[in-house]
Write a protein that binds this ligand. Structure first.
Ligand SMILES: Nc1nc2c([nH]c(=O)n2[C@H]2C[C@H](O)[C@@H](COP(=O)(O)OP(=O)(O)OP(=O)(O)O)O2)c(=O)[nH]1
Length: 133
């Protein structure tokens, strides 16, 4: 099975977390995820995430945190290893949707209202018990 290394951002603002909905033409259509993508050769999770957030959401975010969580899930197309990093988002910085069909800002305890990609579910459960300033 192919191993796919992915990094996702837990973008936090005003105590809420940004949730992004995948498009209908992609794999895992319409499921919710953390914005991000595949780590390319020569990239660290942090540099890959900075690149992906610039490409996907047109935001310039300082990605300096450590890995918050790593999960693995075997999809029919490969085994996704998803690492997530918490990134504070400054007030006034507005994401622009270029790939996702919707975004929502939810409190940690509200995250389970959405239909998350399977690889994300353990991380969502871990976040659900937390509070962010
Ligand atoms: N960005 C992101 N990808 C995730 C999450 N959870 C999860 O299973 N994935 C999967 C979807 C994709 O198979 C892969 C990320 O690839 P990508 O973001 O670079 O590419 P993509 O959505 O266009 O997917 P693909 O068409 O290449 O399969 O990881 C998540 O929270 N964020």
């Amino acid at each position: 099975m192919k191993d796919i290394y992915v990094v996702g951002a837990i973008l936090v603002r005003d105590g809420k977390i940004l949730c992004a909905q995948r498009g209908g033409e992609k794999s895992l259509a319409y499921l919710w995820e953390f914005p991000g993508g595949k780590i390319e050769t020569g990239e660290t999770p942090q540099t890959a995430l900075h690149r992906e957030l610039t490409e996907e959401l047109k935001i310039d975010v300082t990605v300096s945190g450590d890995i918050f969580d790593t999960t693995a899930y075997e999809y029919d197309f490969g085994r996704v290893h998803l690492s997530t990093i918490i990134c504070p988002l400054n007030a006034g910085v507005e994401p622009v949707l270029t790939e996702h069909v919707a975004i929502k800002w939810l409190a940690p305890s509200e995250l389970d209202q959405l239909d998350w990609a399977p690889a994300d579910q353990p991380t969502v459960a871990k976040l659900a018990t937390m509070t962010f300033a």
